[in-house]
Write a protein that binds this ligand. Sequence first.
Ligand code: HEM
Length: 366
Amino acid sequence: MAMRAGAALGLALIGLVLASLSGSCHGTLQVGFYNGKCGVSDVEAIVAGVVKAQFRKDPTIAPALLRMQFHDCFVAGCDASILLDGKSTEKTAPPNLSVRGYDVIDAAKAAVEAICPGVVSCADIIVMATRDVVSLSGGGQYKVETGRQDGLVSLASNVNLPGPSISVNDSIAAFARKGLTVSDMVLLLGGHTIGVAHCSLFQDRLYNFQDTGNPDPTMDRSLASALRSRCPNQQTKVDNIVNLDQNPASSSIVDNSFYKQILARRGILQIDQEIALDKQTKDLVGAIAGSFDFSARFGQAMVRLGALQSGSPGEIRQSCRAINTARTLPTSKEEQRTGQMAWMGQTRWGGGDLRALSIHKRGSSN
Ligand code: HEM
């Protein structure tokens, strides 16, 4: 009898190990997590319906949400911490000031709450909505894992996103710190196949690259000249935008054209151009540019990005912009301290502090 119980336990353990190794499930995340959790309603279809309607009105929500997922997941995991309003929350950090699409997430959340309150996390809505806009932009439909919780902590000081002039080496290291490979990095930078960048973020490349007094020699001359008229070198209040994918026929389509452009030295951001030139990444860039399976590989990389988790306590938020009522937080000062210490101990991506608890609770005024 004892032997049979031991064997059963052994099998269960093997099953658990296999499940955790299989590609369709990361930790507690799984494809179809919400199946059956809202009666007969299909949560993913509700989100998709809202996203599709919004995309029809404004297709630029596609790059906006794609960037939002990166900025959420890369900072303390995919926990919707980027959505929290409040003083000094992540959305107030400089790299996030031009992040858009919060209204789309609010609309999707309102739609699921109306049918199935308190079940679907805002973190999952970001990931589902991003999958939907990628597909609507021609990028194919990848299956997303769900089952995330929304974080309780959001601090501008935690925002450690790479800047546009980061070197390939430093970028590889930044992705590696999140458990993402060089190949993940090159594929995910393919997110720059849609969307725009402000002149101020690459202007140095046009006029005075690395204090040489000259343009970046790695940029195609005719592109540099066209960009100089779009991004004049004088102080003006206007910060123009240019497409990240310089193929005009494809700048709103999720495809491999971005890689062809950077091979032709027509990258906008310095890091985009450098992955086409650096020996650690250029072969992969060439392979993706010449391949037909970018969409599928990009989808897989997005799933790996979506698997980043903080391991810290979470909840299903009622409003994506605020944590739930104080009852979800430790009540006494001492409990708050202990809870926060536990969070800091578990996270792989650095600390935070009690200021995090000053983020807006639901119902607090702006
Ligand atoms: C080393 C990594 C990265 C750097 C340094 C970087 C940097 C930037 C910068 C500087 C912009 C322009 C922002 C602006 O002008 O307001 C931008 C835009 C964008 N980024 Fe990235 N990015 C990186 C990785 C990613 C990844 C992994 C994704 C998605 C998978 C992504 C998706 C986007 C999108 C879609 C836009 C356009 C946003 C829009 O049009 O609203 N980026 N990125």
